[in-house]
Design a protein around this ligand. Structure first.
Ligand code: HEC
Length: 107
């Protein structure tokens, strides 16, 4: 995520890397989605209880984020910087939307 941001926002020349990093993000995100099995709401976590009480909503947000990442991967090799940036913003929004609802603030 941060690598992508610096490539896009700072106008980094390594545009081919957007595809690579977007794919890496999808891989990382897949694990993210599997990281909350039933009963794992114990111990040190920033996951809110709501993940387990509102499973449907949590799953929806996860799917929305997955789709947003796929959309970014799709345009990542287009060379269309404006389009790539807008898809990247979409991914950021989808991550935040779930974090706002299901992740506790602070560390
Ligand atoms: C479906 C909900 C959801 C979506 C979508 C989501 N996250 Fe998360 N994320 C969480 C929750 C819940 C935590 C808190 C986990 C914990 O502390 O146990 C978290 C924690 C994190 C952390 C903190 C590191 C860690 O392991 O605790 C990072 C970094 C992160 N998410 C990145 C992302 C990025 C990047 C995206 C978008 C591509 C994203 N997340 C999308 C739910 C989500």
């Amino acid at each position: 995520m941060y690598a992508l941001k610096s490539i896009l926002m700072l106008g980094h020349p390594a545009k081919a890397d957007v595809n690579y990093h977007a794919k890496a993000m999808l891989e990382a995100f897949k694990h993210h989605g599997d990281a909350f099995p039933e009963g794992s709401d114990t111990g040190k976590t920033h996951a809110k209880k709501k993940i387990w009480t509102d499973k449907e909503g949590f799953k929806d947000k996860g799917q929305a984020a997955g789709k947003a990442i796929m959309a970014l991967i799709k345009v990542s090799e287009s060379g269309d910087n404006k389009l790539i940036k807008s898809k990247f913003a979409g991914v950021g929004k989808s991550c935040k939307s779930c974090h706002d609802d299901y992740r506790k603030k602070g560390r």
